[in-house]
Design a protein around this ligand. Structure first.
Ligand SMILES: Cc1cc2nc3c(=O)[nH]c(=O)nc-3n(C[C@H](O)[C@H](O)[C@H](O)COP(=O)(O)O)c2cc1C
Length: 222
């Protein structure tokens, strides 16, 4: 006898599958850390040529970044360039080092650990659309760097002052990305647009962690 599944059964199966997929996504169990290469300190255009080429990109190729490009990009953005004092390529107000970078790629989201030069898995699955938000075309970029300031790292009491410093610090990290791309074969665009609510929920951010800016990064369309 042929059993016809009714609508209720179908809906239960669909929601179970959805739940299994969703829990898989947030557990990120299948992702492995990515060990970054040491930065190539000899690459790129002279700094004045890079300034002359800096521009915000509007269209990205979906070609994935090489490991060296990804490694150099993150070092330039906010890597540790003075190991003896644990200081960064980007300055920060009162040396709070408040800006963390979440790396959104097709396979999932990673956290940039500059001390160990490693990307640590945070969430599996392609989450670039929540960074792109209404500007969906930017989700085609193979990498989207999300700059999150943890304002609890500022010692002053006033929240407005913390947010002011956080915005400035994130702006400097973003400009490091802009200039690195201008000096290499990569392109980028600094962006304030993003789906804050979904980002907070997917990344399980603490109250003190404030997404400030993002930079899609990739290669130009040929
Ligand atoms: C703080 C900041 C936020 C920005 N936010 C967005 C954005 O949400 N979406 C976007 O397409 N461009 C954004 N931009 C890029 C500007 O539109 C772009 O820098 C401006 O048009 C000047 O172009 P240029 O960077 O090529 O000189 C942002 C730029 C800055 C500095």
């Amino acid at each position: 006898m042929l059993i016809k599944p009714n609508h209720l059964v179908m809906r239960i199966i669909a929601s179970t599958l959805q739940f299994l997929c969703f829990s898989g996504c947030i557990l990120a169990q299948d992702m492995k850390p990515i060990t970054l290469n040491p930065p190539d300190l000899k690459r790129g255009l002279p700094v004045m040529e890079a300034f002359s080429l800096r521009a915000s990109a509007t269209e990205f190729s979906d070609k994935k970044l090489t490991l060296q490009d990804l490694s150099d990009l993150l070092f330039a953005a906010n890597g540790i360039n003075r190991k003896d004092v644990s200081k960064r390529t980007a300055p920060s107000a009162m040396n709070a080092q408040d800006v963390d970078i979440y790396v959104f790629m097709q396979e999932g989201v990673y956290f940039y650990d500059p001390l160990n030069s490693v990307l640590t898995p945070v969430v599996a699955g392609d989450q670039r659309l929540i960074v792109a938000a209404r500007q969906v075309a930017f989700a085609k970029a193979p990498v989207m760097l999300l700059l999150v300031s943890d304002i609890s790292r500022f010692k002053m009491a006033d929240e407005a002052a913390k947010l002011d410093a956080a915005g400035k610090d994130a702006g400097i990290v973003s400009q490091n990305i802009n200039l690195f791309c201008a000096g290499t074969d990569l392109i980028t665009r600094p962006r304030g647009t993003m789906d804050l609510e979904k980002i907070r929920s997917i990344l399980k951010l603490k109250e003190s962690q404030r997404p400030m800016l993002n930079n899609p990064v990739g290669y130009p369309v040929k």
